[in-house]
Design a protein around this ligand. Structure first.
Ligand code: GLA
Length: 670
């Protein structure tokens, strides 16, 4: 046998053994089926019900009804999908999957028919493994049953399959998912194929012709940290997405209650600009009008569904202030200014940075405020913590038909960028209000006022009135805010109001901007355990910071004793990178000491962090890399003079997984 013939024979053997796809098969099964040319939109029950009993036929029908009655179908939502727990743990005598008789007493086809009857599409779930994922054991998965299951799904009228990754028996992912693709293809029914292998095998590199979308991360949870960390991972993969093959950062949490509406707006804006699938994950029978308002924002949806099909890209990220840009099919640019941080941020970007052609002026549509203005070139927003602003910007001939874009803000003096504005009783602090005219036309009779809590005073130390504010100019006023000696501690609102006359508007325009002031309690005194103090603010990479226990998982209070290399600490903090915890130390403390290291039962090759201590804007301690095998380290940091002492844990650069970082025996001397 010559060399070439030998190779052909070997390939034939592999194909017969089912370990290789023949070139001919690959040809016929190529996924050029015209499906998911824009990111899929719809619903999936998992994020709201998991396997609870309220996941049933009634729910699915209820969602389909709401899609129609509440205008979601008209807004573009199409797929009503069911997730894990729809089947029984055993196949029937023919080897077919069996719908759960209590959840789906009329079978799955009846539900699919109902959904189809509403002019919608129906999706189902299984796993590319021997069993699905749910912790109660799951139901039989599709591995080695690809054809039979695909046929069954097609016979029920399934239009979308989410194919999970649990219990995969170590079989190559490419092989598992390609097999199901071919099985779906062989049914002759057009079925959107959603790969759910959590980004483990970099599907963005190989799945373009396998599935229409692929998960890029682990599961989302209904909290800010989870949503943001998933969004940031997904941002990096923008180049791999396009019509018919999308990055999937998991389903939406909007409306599930774990975030504020402002945070859900950021979540929805991020998913939209990233051309992510928009699968609603809340029980629409129970959500608030605000949730519907977010999910049905058609101008934001239009950005997501734009037929150019480009995933928005990060063009800048300054310490958690992200600028994302998505080119649109009509030449406009969608832009998202996103503030990941716990402190307010003034953000801006120029039309040139967005890649727009040079123009006399630009039209700016604010997709949440629903206003249209013009700008000479700068697009800005004053964003609250976790806030975002989303615009559609176009180079416009007739920009002058719209009023100039005006940004208003108020900022308290801070000790370091991103710090809380702290005002000690009996002292004064400076606030600055600003009105920025980023348009070309002037505004007139600009008046700023600052409102402070009762008993406090706010005195303008520069003019608070400007007769004319020309285009591309900012008007600032500084204020001295004084807090009485006997002021209570707490967080208090400081509200700025602005009025001005703008071209195109008959009445004066009024704008408000709310910020806050933090009045600290008494500074600590003596030798103290830090975990006995009340922090000003904390943030943690996974679940909350825990007091006197290690950081467990996502829930508060689920950590065990702090244990580093066999030694147990009854006092301390349990954090998870990236974390920061801030304490008011009022200039009266001198040193912080602790024993630091990764929690024993969380040690993993991926555990790698570094610890820092900051005295206001000065870094006074840096541990360098700390891994799970490193011995416990003694930390001593000089925090003399610090108004705020900050404890920080950073991810060591290899992702934040398994970064459970302890601060054992954490003490402060004041
Ligand atoms: C995995 C998936 C989730 C969900 C559950 C169901 O965790 O990633 O999206 O489908 O399984 O058990």
């Amino acid at each position: 046998m010559d060399h070439r013939r030998w190779r052909t024979a070997a390939v034939a053997v592999l194909i017969a053994a089912g370990t290789l796809i023949s070139p001919a098969q690959a040809q016929t099964a190529r996924k050029d089926d015209g499906l998911a040319l824009t990111p899929p939109m719809g619903f999936n029950n998992w994020n709201t019900t998991h396997c609870r009993n309220d996941f049933n036929e009634e729910m699915v029908k209820g969602i389909a009804d709401i899609f129609v009655n509440k205008g979601l179908k008209d807004a573009g939502y199409e797929y009503v999908n069911i997730d894990d727990c729809w089947a029984l743990p055993q196949r029937d005598a023919q080897g077919d999957l069996v719908p759960h008789p209590v959840r789906f007493p009329n079978g799955i086809k009846a539900v699919a028919d109902y959904v189809h009857g509403k002019g919608l599409k129906f999706g189902i779930y299984t796993s590319a493994g021997t069993k699905t994922c749910n912790k109660d054991g799951g139901f039989p998965g599709g591995l080695n049953h690809e054809e039979q299951d695909a046929k069954l799904f097609a016979s029920w009228g399934v239009d979308y399959l989410k194919y999970d990754n649990c219990n995969n028996q170590g079989v190559d992912a490419k092989l598992r998912y390609t097999k199901m693709r071919d099985a779906l293809h062989a049914t002759g029914r057009k079925i959107v194929f959603s790969l759910c292998e959590w980004g483990q095998n970099k599907p963005w590199e190989w799945a373009k012709d396998v599935g229409h979308l692929w998960r890029t991360t682990g599961d989302i949870s209904d909290n800010w940290n989870s949503m943001v960390s998933i969004a940031k991972r997904n941002m990096e993969l923008a180049d791999f997405a396009g019509p018919g093959h999308w990055n999937d950062p998991d389903m939406l949490e909007v409306g599930n209650g774990g975030m504020t509406d402002l945070e859900y707006r950021s979540h929805f804006s991020l998913w939209s600009i990233m051309a992510a699938p928009l699968l609603i994950g809340a029980d629409l029978r129970k959500v608030t009008p605000e949730t519907f308002e977010i999910l049905e924002n058609r101008e934001v949806i239009a950005v997501n569904q734009d037929k150019l099909g480009v995933q928005g890209k990060v063009i800048r990220n300054q310490g958690g202030n992200h600028v994302l840009v998505k080119p649109l099919s009509n030449g406009d640019k969608a832009v998202l200014l996103f503030n990941e941080n716990d402190s307010a941020a003034n953000m801006s970007v120029t039309a040139t940075e967005l890649g727009l052609t040079k123009a006399g002026g630009y039209q700016v549509r604010d997709l949440w405020a629903k206003t249209t203005t013009h700008t000479a070139g700068s697009i800005s927003a004053a964003l609250p913590p976790h806030g975002s602003a989303m615009f559609r910007v176009s180079a416009a001939q007739n920009w002058y038909l719209y009023p100039p874009a005006i940004t208003t803000a108020a900022d308290g003096q801070v000790l370091y960028p991103g710090a809380l504005p702290i005002v000690q009783p009996g002292r004064s602090v400076t606030y600055t209000t600003s009105v920025s005219n980023t348009g070309r036309l002037p505004i007139a009779l600009v008046q700023a006022t600052l409102q402070v809590p009762q008993g406090w005073t706010a005195k303008a130390t520069s003019s608070s009135f400007k007769a004319i504010l020309p285009g591309e100019k900012t008007f600032k006023t500084t204020w001295q805010v004084t807090v009485p000696q006997d002021a209570a501690s707490g967080r208090f609102p400081v509200k700025a109001s602005f009025t001005f006359h703008s071209p195109h508007e008959n009445n004066p325009v009024t704008r408000q901007y709310s910020t806050e002031a933090l009045v600290p309690g008494a500074a600590p005194k003596g030798d103290l355990f830090v975990s006995d103090l009340k922090w000003l603010r904390s943030a943690n990479g996974h679940g909350p910071v825990e007091v006197d226990t290690t950081n467990g998982e996502a829930k508060q209070g689920d950590g065990g004793p702090i244990t580093i290399r066999g030694k147990v600490f009854t006092k301390g903090l349990g954090t998870h990178a990236p974390a920061h915890v801030e304490y008011y130390t009022g200039g009266s403390c001198s040193k912080v000491t602790a024993t630091i290291g990764i929690q024993d039962n969380k040690v993993n090759p991926l555990s790698l962090v570094s610890y820092e201590v900051w005295a206001d804007d000065r870094k006074v301690y840096d541990s360098g890399p700390v891994s799970g095998t490193d011995a416990a380290k003694s930390l001593e940091a000089n925090v003399s003079g610090a108004t705020v002492t900050r404890l920080v844990v950073l991810d060591g650069g290899n992702g934040k997984s398994y970064d459970h970082a302890n601060w054992g025996d954490l003490k402060i001397t004041c």
